[in-house]
Design a protein around this ligand. Structure first.
Ligand code: PAF
Length: 281
């Protein structure tokens, strides 16, 4: 496994590999790798000759009052995870080498990114689309693997790839959970003990909603049920629950099995950590 910091070196290496007929898979990450990221590497590994993992805390996807500064940076441990999962190249660029000081080009997706997290994080998906585009240009992947945990990100990026005719196959890995059901996230480590103990209820209530959806198809009734259940514990401040079409992220009034996504964002009141989770009905 090699570690590349310089974007030009990565691009040159990737172009040479592609010229030799090698297939490249990319798993873009912001580091602080956990079993969820490792599962994406395991999905990507058999799909290509060369597996690249990028580790880059992307400043342009964080709003002014978000956790960019405190986001955990653990490159040495990340390299070990990559090594153990058959990664060939870790790309860990410095911020200054990715963005020119006067960079003035961004990629905007204007439909799937509007609701859900896009409402409270207005520049988030612009940053995600821009950096993923940039990473695609540098790593030249045939295939890229993303996690279903960020369901809206998946929808936005799939739309970007379609709209811009980007020749990258998009593969999505399932959500990986702790044994108590909490979806794995680098942000779980911000939780207080009380919040950590309560947090699995988010997934439990999503499961309960999925059960209820077998007999109740009105989205408003289902959403209210979730809000009422979570609202009973003061540690949760639900930001949104939205029942949407899985591809467009537009509201779904009625449940359409396999195509309807329930996505939630919950602010934990002690640490102010924002957790997201989702389930496909
Ligand atoms: O999902 C993430 O970790 C990030 O949004 C991504 C795709 C690596 C872009 O910075």
């Amino acid at each position: 496994m090699i570690v590349i910091h310089d974007p030009k070196v990565l691009q040159q290496t990737a172009l040479e590999l592609r010229a030799q007929g090698k297939k490249i898979a990319l798993v873009p990450t912001m580091g602080n790798l956990h079993a969820g990221h490792a599962s994406l590497m395991d999905i990507a590994r058999p799909l290509a000759d060369v597996l690249i993992v990028s580790v880059f805390v992307n400043p342009t996807q964080f709003g002014p009052n978000e956790d960019y500064d405190k986001y955990p940076r653990t490159l040495e441990a990340d390299k070990q995870v990559c090594e153990a999962h058959g990664v060939n190249i870790v790309f860990a660029p410095a911020n200054e080498s990715i963005y020119f000081p006067d960079a003035s080009t961004f990629v905007n997706e204007h439909a799937c990114s509007q609701g859900l997290c896009g409402r409270s994080r207005p520049i988030h998906f612009r940053g995600v689309c821009t950096v993923v585009n940039l990473l695609f240009n540098l790593a030249q992947p045939n295939v890229a693997v993303f996690g279903q945990k960020d369901a809206q990100q998946v929808a936005v990026l799939k739309r970007m790839v379609r709209d811009l005719h980007i020749p990258v196959e998009m593969v999505v890995g399932p959500i990986v959970r702790e044994s108590d059901g909490l979806a794995l996230s680098s942000r779980n480590q911000y939780l207080t003990a009380r919040e950590r103990a309560a947090a699995p209820q988010i997934n439990a209530e999503l499961q309960a909603l999925a059960d209820l959806a077998k007999t109740e198809s009105d989205s408003k009734v289902l959403a209210k049920h979730f809000m009422d259940a979570l609202g009973q514990d003061a540690v949760f401040e639900p930001e949104y629950i939205e029942i949407v079409n899985n591809s467009t992220m537009l509201p779904a009034d009625k449940i359409e099995a396999g195509n309807t996504l329930v996505a939630v964002a919950v602010r934990m009141t002690e640490s102010r950590t924002r957790l997201i989770d989702n389930i496909v009905l």
